[in-house]
Design a binder for this molecule. Structure first.
Ligand code: ADP
Length: 480
């Protein structure tokens, strides 16, 4: 795992949180249990001593001292006490055997009783096998005095009532400590394993994305990520793949555009070069026809360069628009007049419907004229002789909608999605004699976009085309 990597950061954060939580929980649990257990044992120790004081008092009374208390305690005390109410329950220790190797497996008494003389000298211990017992002066204050004839003859205390824990009790508390410690360690290990597994699952797609991004940065646009998660990462991967598809497409377009532009420039330039060389070598004469041919090529080059300039301006957003109030009906009629000669050459009729109606909008007149001009020129170019071009204008609340419809060759369905791309030409239009440079519609699209409008085409191969564009009526509103 890389130091400082997301995986190590997530794992260590998980670990820290779990470690803190479980440690806090374990420590609190241990302290609470220990505290409560000590209180409980103290209380039961006190009760135990209280229950046994009477029998020690009785012993002192009947024996006039403590001599022989050990034998009494360990040897058949039933006989000695059969005349008093000495049930096992009342005197829980009285069935105890003397401590010896033989009896070492006999369970200890409920508590360890310690008897002191009134002077504080220890004279009896019910469980000496547990080793020496240290009872502090503070604990001694809790010892219960044994009083005979109003004289204190001894003090009885137990290990628990002195605040001490016996061996089994200590083992119990230690067991709890080790159990809590073990569960903390196990939890930490489980957290490490689970968080490593989880982070790997989360980060694998992220790693694939970053590897693919690097390859894309190095120019390999074919990269796709193979992530099928049904979550945000899956959405990110889908968005990434969509982006790379688009980048790939744009890259191919750019490459094709460069080679297409080179091709477009090369053809007229070679014609010019050949013609000029022929003139220079005296192989042809500078007749008006030859000069006109040269001029046509230069004009074509000029036109191409101008189209490229306008397209670059429109696509970069650097083109300054000059919005004015326009009547779309008037503009359409003017444009129909402008293309009249070209149309007449092919005996094509251009008709603007409802031209006398007023369709007002705010737009850049020069650029909208250019949209019209390109659409009408295309319609004339791709419509055979004796065809018909109809221009319809309608309006809705916010837009003026213009339709340029022809009865020409139409556009195959597979080309429809691409005709607005730079230098795209359908296969029918791929010859220079028939088609233009392939920039006209991308300029139209760029200009419509700059006006915050929309343009689309409806067409069927062989059955004519219909270009529809809508421009907003209110310039300022749409530009905000
Ligand atoms: P071009 O200069 O080649 O006309 P455009 O960008 O104007 O370039 O058009 C792109 C392609 O769309 C054309 O090459 C042609 O194949 C197709 N096209 C455009 N307008 C029409 C139309 N009215 N009818 C049929 N095809 C058309």
């Amino acid at each position: 795992m890389r130091k400082g990597s997301l995986q190590s950061q997530i794992t260590s954060s998980f670990l820290l949180v779990v470690l803190l939580t479980i440690s806090f929980f374990s420590i609190m649990t241990y302290v609470m249990i220990r505290q409560r257990f000590k209180e409980m044992t103290y209380q039961s120790g006190q009760n135990f001593v209280e229950r046994n004081v009477s029998i020690f008092t009785y012993y002192f009374e009947t024996n006039n001292g403590w001599l022989g208390i050990d034998e009494f305690f360990f040897n058949n005390p039933h006989a000695a006490f059969k005349d008093i109410d000495s049930t096992e329950e009342r005197f829980p220790w009285i069935d105890r055997k003397p401590p010896s190797d033989e009896n070492k497996n006999i369970p200890p008494s409920p508590d360890r009783l310690i008897l002191f003389t009134a002077d504080g000298e220890m004279i009896f211990d019910s469980d000496p096998s547990e080793g020496e017992i240290q009872i502090s002066n503070e604990a001694m204050k809790k010892a219960i005095p044994i009083v005979v004839n109003e004289v204190e003859v001894g003090k009885l205390i137990s290990a628990n009532s002195a605040g001490l824990l016996r061996r089994e009790q200590l083992i119990f508390i230690q067991d709890i400590f080790w159990t809590l410690l073990a569960s903390t360690i196990v939890s930490v290990l489980v957290v490490v394993v689970v968080s490593l597994f989880l982070t790997r699952r989360i980060l694998n797609p992220v790693n694939s994305l970053s590897v693919a991004s690097l390859k894309i940065a190095n120019g390999d646009f074919t990269q796709r990520v193979d992530v099928h998660e049904d979550n945000e990462l899956g959405e990110m991967a889908t968005a990434f793949n969509t982006m790379t598809v688009e980048l790939d497409r744009q890259n191919n377009l750019r490459r094709r555009a460069t080679s297409d532009i080179a091709h477009e420039l090369r053809t007229p330039l070679s014609v010019l070069q050949i013609e000029l060389e022929a003139l220079e070598d005296g192989l042809s004469d500078p007749t008006p026809d030859t000069l006109q041919g040269l001029q046509r090529e230069v004009a074509y080059l000029n036109h191409l360069v101008e189209d490229l300039r306008i397209l670059a301006l429109a696509e970069s957003g650097d083109m300054m628009l000059d919005p004015v109030k326009l009547d779309m009906g008037v503009l359409a009629s003017e444009m129909a007049v402008r293309v009249r000669h070209a149309a007449q050459e092919k005996n094509i009729n251009v008709l603007v419907h409802n031209a006398d109606q007023v369709y007002l909008l705010e737009a850049d007149e020069l650029r909208v004229s250019q949209i019209f001009f390109n659409l009408l020129s295309n319609a004339i170019q791709y419509t055979p002789e004796n065809g018909q071009i109809d221009v319809y204008i309608t309006e809705d609340e916010d837009y003026i909608v213009t339709t340029v419809q022809d009865t020409g060759m139409g556009i195959p369905e597979s080309d429809l999605a691409h005709v607005f791309e730079r230098l795209y030409r359908t296969s029918q239009a791929r010859t220079r004699t028939n088609g233009g440079s392939g920039l006209g519609l991308s300029i139209v699209k760029g200009l419509v976009d700059m006006h915050h409008g929309e343009i689309w085409v409806e067409s069927e191969d062989g059955k004519g085309s219909c270009f529809i564009f809508k421009l907003p009526k209110n310039w300022k509103e749409k530009s905000d």
